[in-house]
Design a protein around this ligand. Structure first.
Ligand SMILES: [Zn+2]
Length: 126
C-alpha cells in the first residue's frame, strides 16, 4: 500500500474551525463562479470564452483543493489526498472506492480490465 496523506483533525475546536473555513472558501468560490456566469450575458463571443476559461480554472482549483471531497462534495470530513488524481477525497469515499475495487477484483480477477475501463481510477485509491 502506498503512503496516504490524510488530514484528520483530532482537536474538536481545530476541526470546527477548519470545516468552517472550508465551507467559507467553497461559498466564496461558488459566488464568484456564479457572478462570472452572470457577467457572460450579452458579451461578445471572445469575452464569453475568456470568462468561461476563468470559471473553469476557478472550479478546477476548488476541485483540486482540500476544501471539498472531489466525489461527494462534503466539506466536513477527514480528507485523503489521491496523488495520482491530484485531488482530495473524504476518507469515506476513498474507502468506498477501495472496497468497490476489491469486490469487483474478487468477482472478475484478472479479467477486471476487460469488464471495466476505470481500473486506473480505482487502483489510485489502493
Ligand atoms: Zn466524499
Amino acid at each position: 500500500m502506498k503512503d496516504k496523506k490524510i488530514i484528520a483533525y483530532k482537536n474538536e475546536r481545530t476541526k470546527k474551525i477548519a470545516f468552517n473555513l472550508r465551507r467559507l472558501i467553497v461559498r466564496a468560490v461558488m459566488d464568484e463562479w456564479m457572478k462570472l456566469l452572470r457577467e457572460k450575458k450579452n458579451k461578445p463571443m471572445f469575452e464569453c470564452v475568456r470568462i468561461e476559461n476563468v470559471r473553469s480554472d476557478l472550479y478546477g482549483a476548488l476541485q483540486a483543493s482540500i476544501c471539498e471531497c472531489s466525489s461527494c462534495r462534503d466539506t466536513d470530513d477527514d480528507m485523503e489526498y489521491n496523488a495520482a488524481l491530484r485531488e482530495w477525497y473524504c476518507t469515506q469515499c476513498a474507502q468506498e472506492y477501495r472496497d468497490y475495487y476489491h469486490k469487483e477484483k474478487e468477482i472478475y480477477g484478472d479479467h477486471y480490465g476487460k469488464v471495466h475501463d476505470d481500473e486506473d481510477f480505482y487502483e489510485s485509491f489502493l
